[in-house]
Design a protein around this ligand. Structure first.
Ligand SMILES: Cc1cc2nc3c(=O)[nH]c(=O)nc-3n(C[C@H](O)[C@H](O)[C@H](O)COP(=O)(O)OP(=O)(O)OC[C@H]3O[C@@H](n4cnc5c(N)ncnc54)[C@H](O)[C@@H]3O)c2cc1C
Length: 474
């Protein structure tokens, strides 16, 4: 990575002046901006900048560009890859979007909302609901993560199957470039072929190409009916077949399809007391359909479709939620998985994707390779099977210590990621590269693809001041 000189005190003084009152933090109060929610990413910074307008943020970036001061863009600081925290060298400023909170426009007829980057995901969902609309991006960190961060990481979540990831939900962006210019691309257009689609370059770029300051997002009709079921299947292949059959039966209404192995339920019972609704089952799929109110209600349509598949033998058992409380309880077992794993023992986490048709082969090969290398490993595998995205998180054998298991991280990554790549998959489907997967990118992407990424970075941030040491390998 580029080595930067310590930031001069004159530069810090200029930045404070330009940030204005309440626009900057220094000293011990910078700590929450320097540490991660999990996995111990920690660094330091002499200055956290908190501009309250795009213009002010642009003026700050201009000073950084003139003085060669590196910037770490930051939203809600919930990212899981060490992308949003400064390095330990203390020679970067943090640019927080927390005070960019304005709602610029809500256009119910165009089904769009335009918000500044610091509006949290939950706030966007609530604003949409107040206008009798729906914003479908949903993830466990939604009360804290911000729209700018969601777009910078192209966040996914449980409803990608139906609505797509953050990329698909964004129609326009406003971005401050590395030299402090403001690009106003806040167009609420669904069709636009005038040249390269610049917003898609910034989405998922993890703060390395520009700083997102506002976005125009797609809204949808608000679903008022939902059906939730938990289904037992013998193999991931049966789950994939089930997905195809339910799509044929329910079409667009199918919004979530979460595959979970038997251990996820066993551990949820052992560590958090969650009752297992399908004791003895192998793989389970948590299914949700939602849409407008119609007859028969969605729970009945789901029951009918699943009943036929039970008779056919594709699924071996099923529970249909009879109330919202039961639906919430089924979802809780899925949503609590991070905590369940934490309580079960150290795990090495993976956020991989393979073609949906390869899920079964990937799981079988990865499980076999892990058992050969680490007898007694406890498989804990779940994820958004409809998107081919699995959290493949092997947990230490019971007689290992957490520290010893963590010490195997690199070797375990190699085993899992080699199998992912053999299936033409991706080493990160949701969380991004940050610092966590940076070195591995060299093996996961072809030299020609890395060269294109480097050319893009050099064109858009020639001085290398935007989030240095993140995403691209040295
Ligand atoms: C409990 C939990 C559950 C999660 N579940 C999911 C999930 O289901 N699906 C999923 O995809 N992810 C998930 N995540 C990770 C997810 O990427 C983040 O939660 C979220 O999208 C990041 O938003 P943030 O505002 O916190 O960004 P931050 O953590 O602040 O930043 C993330 C990255 O984006 C950059 N960045 C932030 N803001 C901007 C900006 N305005 N302009 C340019 N760059 C910027 C940062 O430099 C950093 O590289 C989860 C995280 C947690 C803690």
């Amino acid at each position: 990575m580029t080595i930067h000189a310590p930031i001069q005190s004159a530069t810090l003084a200029r930045l404070k002046e330009a940030a204005g009152p309440g626009g900057w933090i220094e000293g011990p109060d910078t700590e929450p901006y320097c540490v991660s929610w999990r996995d111990n990413w920690a660094g330091k910074t002499p200055l956290v900048l908190r501009p309250d307008t795009t213009e002010r943020l642009a003026a700050l970036v201009k000073i950084c560009a003139e003085t060669g001061t590196p910037i770490v863009p930051q939203g809600g600081n919930t990212g899981l890859t060490g992308g949003g925290q400064p390095h330990a060298t203390g020679d970067e400023v943090v640019m927080s979007t927390t005070r960019l909170k304005r709602v610029r426009a809500l256009d119910p007829l165009n089904d769009t909302i335009t918000v500044e980057a610091g509006v949290t995901l939950l706030e966007v969902q609530n604003l949409a609901a107040e206008a009798d609309r729906y914003f479908p991006l949903s993830l466990a960190a939604e009360g804290t993560c911000q729209i700018g961060g969601n777009l910078a990481t192209n966040a996914g979540g449980v409803q990608v199957l139906r609505y797509g990831s953050a990329r698909a939900l964004c129609l326009g962006l406003e971005v401050v470039t590395a030299d402090g210019e403001v690009w106003d691309g806040l167009r609420g257009l669904r069709k636009d072929n005038a040249g390269y689609d610049m917003k898609q370059i910034f989405i998922g770029s993890e703060g390395t190409l520009g700083i997102i300051t506002a976005a125009t997002l797609r809204l949808f009709p608000r679903p008022v009916d939902r059906g939730v079921a938990l289904v037992a299947v013998d193999t991931p292949t049966a789950a994939v077949e089930l997905l195809t059959r339910l799509r044929a039966a329910l079409g667009e209404l199918l919004s979530a399809f979460e595959l979970m192995n038997a251990n996820t339920f066993r551990f949820a019972q052992e560590t958090m007391g969650h009752a297992d609704p399908l004791p003895g089952a192998g793989w389970r799929v948590l299914i949700q359909a939602d849409g407008p109110r119609a007859e028969p209600p969605l729970s009945e349509r789901l029951e009918e479709a699943l009943g036929a598949l039970l008779e056919e033998g594709l699924i071996t058992d099923a529970v249909i939620a009879a109330s919202e409380a039961q639906a919430a309880q089924l979802w809780r077992i899925r949503e609590d998985q991070a905590e369940v794993q934490q309580k079960t023992g150290a795990g090495v986490k993976h956020d991989v994707s393979v073609p949906v048709s390869s899920i079964d082969a990937f799981v079988a090969e990865a499980d076999a390779a892990m058992e050969a290398a680490y007898p007694g490993v406890r498989h804990c595998t779940f994820g958004h099977a409809g998107d081919g995205n699995l959290h493949y998180n092997p947990i230490r054998p019971v007689d290992w210590t957490d520290a010893a298991w963590k010490g195997e991280t690199e070797a375990i990554n190699r085993i899992v990621h080699d199998i992912v790549m053999a299936h033409n998959g991706s080493i990160t489907a949701e969380h991004g590269v940050g610092r966590l997967r940076r070195a591995e990118l060299t093996r996961a992407r072809a030299p020609v693809e890395l060269a294109m990424m480097r050319a893009l970075k050099a064109a858009m941030d020639p001085a290398g001041i935007l989030n240095p040491g993140k995403v691209l390998p040295d």
